[in-house]
Design a protein around this ligand. Structure first.
Ligand code: SAM
Length: 308
């Protein structure tokens, strides 16, 4: 694996918002280690007495980051875990309170380019699991889901217009032969829809993204991680999320708003102060040098302890 593993997006902005300079002996969590870009900056930006936990579901990310982050070993533990289980994972290490967590959602470039099923540009098995132990693959979704379930996936996660047509053609195709490879799906889509060369990439990306979100339970994981983060973050702790999909961004925005000052019934007496009135987006230079950053939106909030 190489330095091309993943180009971090909005990394300086995310890490600056994560580290509250007013706190000491901070416990910080990078819930999406990936290529270790954010974790490296967190290591560099923290002081003696601080400690960092970095989580990833994907073992390739863990191997890559271990090789890269040796300089920080004294104050870093890398853990192969789902961020949806962050509270339990840390409690197992005797940690019940943290000073901040960052989530940089989605996949690393390495996963898209080298792991099975994520890209329509290579012919690979329709797998798409970031975590090999997970039970569901993309082929299972295409071969086993009812038409109704397929519609939900493509409409909600892909925001695809005329998703009925796609669901119908998948249901018809699998009667002839079961889905096994990425190119089989890409060819079906191209034969069903009149897509031009110009919109081919966007359209196929949306379909593959929708399947990936379903296979990896990404929406549910995000909701669980947000709730647990609020519960275990101490006063002054920060929650920072970078998302690449409008549904994920909406979930983060609504979570921050519904737990922010002025709202009733805060979770465990904690309220959030929103630090980003508008989401932070990459500048033109970042988008130019890293096309994958173009849809990124960063939101951050700080915990205010009201009462216990
Ligand atoms: C966009 S990359 C993160 C890149 C990282 N910020 C960097 O600077 O290199 C997203 C990473 O999150 C991981 N991931 C996605 N969902 C996860 C989950 N529920 N729990 C833990 N890791 C997850 C993916 O395996 C991937 O490595």
């Amino acid at each position: 694996m190489s330095s091309e593993f993943h180009i971090p997006v909005l990394s300086h902005e995310a890490v600056r918002l994560l580290i509250n300079p007013d706190l000491k002996n901070r416990v910080l969590v990078d819930g999406t280690l990936g290529g270790g870009g954010y974790t490296k900056l967190i290591c560099e930006g923290t002081a003696e007495g601080d400690f960092i936990y970095a989580l990833d579901k994907d073992l390739n990310a863990i191997d890559e980051a271990r090789a890269k982050l040796g300089f920080c070993a004294k104050k870093l533990e890398i853990i192969n875990a789902n961020f949806a289980d962050v509270a339990e994972t840390l409690a197992g290490r005797g940690v019940n309170e943290i000073s901040g967590i960052v989530l940089d959602l989605g996949l690393s470039s390495f996963q898209i380019e080298h792991e099975d099923g994520f890209s329509y540009l290579r012919d690979t098995p329709l797998d798409m699991r970031a975590y090999r132990e997970d039970p569901l693959t993309a082929a299972d979704v295409l071969n086993e889901y009812s038409r109704h379930e397929l519609l939900r996936v493509f409409e909600e996660y892909g925001e695809i217009g005329n998703a009925e047509r796609l669901a119908d053609s998948i249901a018809a195709e699998r009667k002839k032969s079961r889905f096994t490879t990425t190119i089989q799906l890409a060819e079906l889509v191209e034969s069903e829809y009149r897509i031009t060369r110009k919109n081919r990439m966007d359209f196929l990306s949306k379909i593959f993204q929708a399947l990936r979100i379903e296979v990896n339970n990404e929406i549910e994981n995000l909701k669980m991680a947000l709730e647990q983060s609020l519960r275990i973050c101490a006063s002054g702790g920060r929650i920072v999320v970078v998302s690449y999909h409008s549904l994920e961004d909406r979930i983060v925005k609504n979570f921050f708003r519904s737990n922010s000052a002025g709202k009733n019934d805060p979770l465990e007496g904690k309220l959030l102060k929103i630090l980003t009135k508008k989401p932070v987006s990459p500048g033109w230079n970042e988008i130019k040098s890293n096309r994958r950053s173009r849809s990124a939106k960063l939101r951050a909030a700080e915990i205010i302890q009201t009462q216990i």
